[in-house]
Ligand binder design. Sequence first.
Ligand SMILES: CCCCCCCCCCC/C=C/C(=O)SCCNC(=O)CCNC(=O)[C@H](O)C(C)(C)COP(=O)(O)OP(=O)(O)OC[C@H]1O[C@@H](n2cnc3c(N)ncnc32)[C@H](O)[C@@H]1OP(=O)(O)O
Ligand code: NDP
Length: 282
Amino acid sequence: MQPLPNMRFAPDLLTSQVALVTGGGTGMGRATAIEMARCGADVVVLGRRAEPIEDCAKIIRELGRKAVAISTDIRLPDQIDSAMLRIKDEFGRLDILVNNAGGQFVTPARELNNKGFETVIRNNLIGSWQMTKAVADHFMLEHGGSIVFVTACVRSGLSGFVHTAAARGGVLAMMKTLAFEWAEFGIRLNCVAPGTIKTEGMDHYPIDPEQWLKLNRNVMGHMGDVGDISAAIIFLSSSLGKFVTGEEWYIDGGETLHLAHDARQMIDAVKFSRREPAVLKK
Ligand SMILES: CCCCCCCCCCC/C=C/C(=O)SCCNC(=O)CCNC(=O)[C@H](O)C(C)(C)COP(=O)(O)OP(=O)(O)OC[C@H]1O[C@@H](n2cnc3c(N)ncnc32)[C@H](O)[C@@H]1OP(=O)(O)O
Ligand SMILES: NC(=O)C1=CN([C@@H]2O[C@H](COP(=O)(O)OP(=O)(O)OC[C@H]3O[C@@H](n4cnc5c(N)ncnc54)[C@H](OP(=O)(O)O)[C@@H]3O)[C@@H](O)[C@H]2O)C=CC1
């Protein structure tokens, strides 16, 4: 489990709000669920495995907030419907949805079969759509709310992850479309795209830190932590972000600054050529 960051927001920022965090038992979802509770929200923690979501809900209850853990697969509409009914019973409303659940596997596109592609689209695009539509139908079209999608930095593709690049690009287009259509219902929608963040989910990827430093051109030279992402999600979900909708935020330590070009060698070359005459005079 990642250590939780220090409290950064006012303790009443989310008072009287009910939040649902998918994939809330681990990693960024867990950090967001707990931080939201520290800001006064009651929280629904959703995921497939019972143990991590129950653990997270227990921590939230110890903070004095109400929390329920609901074991649900976001790919299965019947399970989502049952989750909505349970939330209606327990809380009567839902103000915030964080579509954080997701995952994929690394593979070259040439070795990926159709079933593998579809698996990742279902988990990351269709699952997020199903959650979003259910929450809108059951709650937010009536009283408004905020929806944040946790995606990935795919604006220039993501080699080794063609399936998730397609899924997350689809989520972005879906989010922007809904931000337009649902503004009149008081629903704001935004995306947060993490760079490489230290979570237990990253254990699925065999990355040794030296190799990561070499291949990932994040200009800060280290991975992000779960608090970097939960802070952005909470800003967008709360009244602090009340004028922000249809946006995508890259929280990536500058990883994608290099997409234009990497000028570091050019700068070094300029410095070198300026120094050169002095060196030659010697
Ligand atoms: C070295 C430095 C480089 C830096 C790069 C760093 C990494 C960049 C990170 C990119 C950004 C994203 C990061 C994260 O998301 S981190 C954490 C998120 N958590 C995960 O990703 C979880 C890991 N993945 C999974 O749990 C599962 O893979 C998944 C949920 C995606 C699918 O599970 P599911 O149970 O639904 O599916 P199945 O296992 O039944 O498989 C169905 C079919 O899918 C294909 N498949 C599945 N796994 C693989 C695999 N490992 N390789 C190839 N194909 C796979 C396959 O077709 C399966 O069908 P069959 O079983 O019949 O073959
Ligand atoms: N860590 C990183 O560097 C990056 C992560 N991301 C994305 O951020 C999000 C959070 O990742 P992170 O915290 O790192 O990883 P985790 O693996 O810790 O979190 C993913 C969570 O999603 C849940 N989940 C997965 N599939 C489903 C499903 N079908 N239904 C319900 N819950 C599901 C998992 O729980 P369970 O298995 O119990 O269902 C798990 O709690 C993911 O979407 C990830 O792909 C994007 C870019 C970079």
